[in-house]
Design a protein around this ligand. Structure first.
Ligand code: C2E
Ligand code: MG
Ligand code: MG
Length: 621
C-alpha cells in the first residue's frame, strides 16, 4: 500500500486542488439556475458544496498544523476518504436533478459534468485505488442507467461507450497506481535484501520521535555493523557477500517480526532496527540489552553459502529515543558512535550510547580537526628523555613528541598518536619528527654533544607507508653522516604487531642498510611471540614500565624482568628498562645487568634547551 510520508503530503495537497476545482466550477450551476429561472435548488446545492469544501479545507489545515504520527495520519486519511466521497457525490445529486428536468440542454450539461467528475476522480485519486473505483462507479452508473432508460439505439451506443470509457479510465488509473507502487518500493527499499532503506528508516524514526513527544513513550534504536564483512567480499567475491547479506537480513527479519520491531538496511553491511513502543525507560533499556544479545547470537550462527561455511559477528550501537528534541539523524549518529565504540572494544558486542561516550568522541573529533593544523601552526615540539648507562652516564635519549594547542592545552602523545594513526596524519607528523630529530642530532654532534644513540618512536602505519624507506634515506642523506646514522634507533611497539610480517622484515632490512637499528618498545605488554621476536631483525628490547614498577613491591614477582633480560641475552639484544623511578628499581636492574636505564629517577623528558643543560651539567660532574 502507498502509505509513506510523501503519499500523505500528496493527498494533503490534492485536497486543495479538489476544493479549488469544485468550488469554482460549481458556480456555473448557479449561473445555469439563473438562466433557466431555477432559484432555489442550485443555490442550496452550492451552499452544500461550500460546506463540504470547508470541511475539506479544514482537513487540509489540520494536517499542516499538527505533527501527526503515522497512526494519526491513518485516522486523518479515513476522514479524508469520507470527505472525498461526499464531495464527488454532490455532483451526482445535480445530475439526477438535471436529467429529471425536461430541458434537454441541461441533460447534456449533466452528462458532461458527470463524465468530467469521473475523469477527475480517476486522475486525482490514483493513489486511492478503491475509492477511485467506487467514485467512478457511482458517477458512471447513473449515466449508463439514464441512457439505457432513454431506450433508443443511439442511447444504447452511448451507454456502451460510457462503460468502455469507465473501463479505460480504470485501466489507466490502475497502471499508474502500479507504477507508483513500484516506484515507491524502489525509492524506499533496498533492492538486495528487500528491507526498507535509509530514507524509509529516517521517516520511521521521525515518526518515532513524534510518538515520544506526543505520548512520552520510549523506543530504542540499534545500528548494526557486521564485523570484517569486507574480508568476505574481498576473499570470496561479491556474489557470496551479497548472499550472506540476504541471509543475515532474513534472520534479522524473522527475529524482528517476533518482537514487533522494524529492520532496515542503511547501506553496505549496516542495518538499523527500531523497536516497538515502551512506557517505561528502564524497561526499554532492559529489553534493548536482551534483544541485542539475542540478535548477536542469531547473527553468529554458521551460514552455509555455496558450500562455504561462513561465520560472522556484528557490533551493535544502541541509542534510546527519550528526547523529543532529537532529530532522526542525530539519533542515528548516536547509535553510530556507540557502534564504533563496540568496534574499538574488540567487535562482537553491544554498546549503549551515553554522554561520556559522546564527550569522548567529540574530543576525539576535535583533536582530529585541530591536529590537522598543528604542524603549520608550530604547535608540535620534541622533548628528549635521557637514557643512562649502568654507571649513570648519559649515553643517549628518546625523542618524545609534544603538542600544545591553544584551545586544548597540552595533549599527550598517548591520546593524539593513536588518533593520527587512524586518520593517517601520522605519516606527515612522523616525517616532521624524523626531520627535527635528525636535524637536532646533527647540530648536537657539531656542538660536541656526543650521544651513543638517539631513539625515535615510529608507528607501524608510518613504517608501512609507501614513501617511508625513501623518506628515511633522503633525511639521512640530508642531515646525517654514516656514523650518526648508525646511532639512530627506531622504536616500534609490539602492540601494533604487523599483520604482514614478511613485508615488515623487508622494510626493516632496507632501513638497516642505512645503519639504523630497531628496538621493540613496551616489550611484554603486546602480542608478540618469541618466534616473532626471532624473525624480525631487532637490536634492542625495551622492558615496559609496568614491569619495572612491580620491582618496588617485595610481594610481587621479579621473575618477569629476569626472564625478559634472559631472553634478550640469549637473542643477543640490548635491553633498555623504561620507567625507572626509584633507587630500588635502578639497583635491581644494575644487579641483573640490564644495559640501559631510562626514567624519571634520572630525568623527565626535557625540551631541547633543558636537555642540552642536563647533558652539560652531567659532563661537568
Ligand atoms: P613510549 O615510547 O613507551 O614512551 C615512554 C613513555 O613513558 C613517555 O610518555 C615517557 O614520558 C614516559 N616515561 C618515561 N619515564 C617514565 C617514568 O619514570 N615513569 C612514568 N610513569 N612514565 C615515564 P609519553 O611521552 O607520554 O609518550 C607516550 C607514548 O606515546 C610513547 O610511549 C609512544 O608510544 C608514543 N609516542 C611519544 N612520542 C612519539 C613519537 O614521536 N612518535 C610516535 N609514533 N609515538 C610517540
Ligand atoms: Mg618509546
Ligand atoms: Mg615504551
Amino acid at each position: 500500500m502507498l502509505n509513506n510520508m510523501s503519499f500523505y503530503n500528496f493527498m494533503h495537497k490534492q485536497i486543495l486542488v479538489l476544493v479549488a476545482l469544485f468550488a469554482s466550477t460549481a458556480t456555473s450551476y448557479v449561473f445555469f439556475g439563473i438562466v433557466y429561472s431555477s432559484y432555489i435548488i442550485e443555490p442550496l446545492w452550492y451552499l452544500l458544496v461550500l460546506a463540504v469544501s470547508y470541511w475539506g479545507y479544514s482537513l487540509h489545515k489540520s494536517y499542516s498544523k499538527n505533527n501527526y504520527t503515522i497512526k494519526d495520519k491513518e485516522k486523518w486519511l479515513s476522514k479524508l476518504r469520507y470527505f472525498i466521497f461526499l464531495y464527488f457525490s454532490t455532483w451526482t445529486i445535480m445530475f439526477i436533478v438535471y436529467v429529471s428536468r425536461d430541458n434537454i440542454e441541461l441533460h447534456y450539461l449533466a452528462i458532461f459534468t458527470q463524465l468530467g467528475v469521473a475523469v477527475v476522480a480517476t486522475t486525482i485519486l490514483v493513489t486511492e485505488k478503491r475509492l477511485a473505483i467506487f467514485i467512478l462507479t457511482s458517477s458512471m452508473l447513473p449515466i449508463t442507467i439514464y441512457l439505457v432508460l432513454i431506450g433508443e439505439f443511439y442511447a444504447y451506443v452511448i451507454a456502451i461507450l460510457t462503460v468502455v470509457l469507465a473501463w479505460v479510465l480504470l485501466y489507466g488509473s490502475r497502471n499508474t497506481y502500479n507504477y507508483l507502487l513500484r516506484n515507491q518500493f524502489q525509492a524506499y527499499h533496498d533492492y538486495l535484501t528487500k528491507l526498507g532503506n535509509r530514507r524509509y528508516f529516517v521517516e520511521l524514526l521521525e515518526d518515532a520521535i513524534k510518538i515520544q513527544k506526543n505520548d512520552g513513550k520510549y523506543m530504542y534504536l540499534f545500528l548494526i555493523d557486521l564485523d570484517h564483512f569486507k574480508t568476505i567480499n574481498d576473499t570470496l567475491g561479491h556474489d557470496i557477500g551479497d548472499k550472506l547479506l540476504i541471509e543475515v537480513a532474513d534472520r534479522m527479519k524473522m527475529l524482528v517480526k517476533l518482537n514487533n520491531n522494524t529492520v532496515s538496511r542503511l547501506g553496505g553491511d549496516e542495518f538499523c532496527i527500531l523497536s516497538a513502543v515502551y512506557k517505561d525507560k528502564n524497561m526499554c533499556l532492559e529489553i534493548a540489552q536482551e534483544f541485542a544479545q539475542e540478535l548477536l547470537h542469531v547473527i553468529k550462527r554458521t551460514y552455509i553459502i555455496e558450500e562455504h561455511h561462513l561465520y560472522i559477528s556484528a557490533s551493535i550501537g544502541v541509542s534510546i529515543i527519550d528526547n523529543p528534541k532529537m532529530t532522526a539523524n542525530t539519533l542515528i549518529k548516536e547509535a553510530d558512535i556507540a557502534m564504533y565504540e563496540a568496534k574499538s572494544k574488540g567487535r562482537d558486542g553491544v554498546i549503549l550510547f551515553n554522554d561520556e561516550l559522546s564527550i569522548r568522541i567529540e574530543r576525539k573529533l576535535e583533536i582530529e580537526r585541530l591536529l590537522h593544523f598543528a604542524l603549520e601552526k608550530g604547535e608540535v615540539t620534541l622533548h628528549y628523555q635521557p637514557q643512562m648507562s649502568l654507571n649513570s652516564e648519559i649515553i643517549g635519549c628518546e625523542v618524545l613528541v609534544r603538542w600544545n594547542n591553544e584551545q586544548l592545552g597540552n595533549v599527550g602523545p598517548d591520546e593524539f598518536i593513536p588518533i593520527s594513526e587512524q586518520t593517517g596524519f601520522i605519516v606527515e607528523l612522523g616525517y616532521y619528527i624524523l626531520e627535527e630529530s635528525f636535524k637536532t642530532f646533527s647540530e648536537w654532534d657539531k656542538k660536541g654533544i656526543n650521544l651513543e644513540q638517539l631513539s625515535i618512536n615510529i608507528s607501524m602505519r608510518q613504517i608501512f607507508h609507501t614513501t617511508f624507506i625513501e623518506d628515511v634515506s633522503k633525511l639521512c642523506a640530508q642531515y646525517l653522516n654514516q656514523q650518526l646514522s648508525s646511532k639512530i634507533v627506531f622504536e616500534m611497539t609490539e602492540t601494533s604487531v604487523a599483520e604482514d610480517i614478511s613485508k615488515l622484515i623487508e622494510i626493516m632490512n632496507k632501513i638497516k642498510q642505512l645503519g639504523i637499528r630497531f628496538s621493540m618498545d613496551d616489550f611484554g605488554t603486546g602480542y608478540s611471540s618469541l618466534s616473532y621476536l626471532r624473525q624480525i631483525p631487532i637490536n634492542e628490547l625495551k622492558i615496559d614500565k609496568s614491569f619495572i614498577i612491580e620491582l618496588d613491591d617485595i610481594k610481587k614477582d621479579t621473575n618477569m624482568v629476569k626472564t625478559i633480560l634472559n631472553i634478550a641475552k640469549n637473542l643477543g639484544l640490548t635491553v633498555v628498562a623504561e620507567g625507572v623511578e626509584t633507587e630500588m628499581q635502578k639497583d635491581f636492574l644494575i644487579k641483573e645487568n640490564c644495559t640501559i636505564l631510562q626514567g624519571y629517577y634520572f630525568s623527565k623528558p626535557l625540551n631541547r634547551e633543558k636537555f642540552e643543560e642536563y647533558v652539560a651539567n652531567r659532563l661537568k660532574k
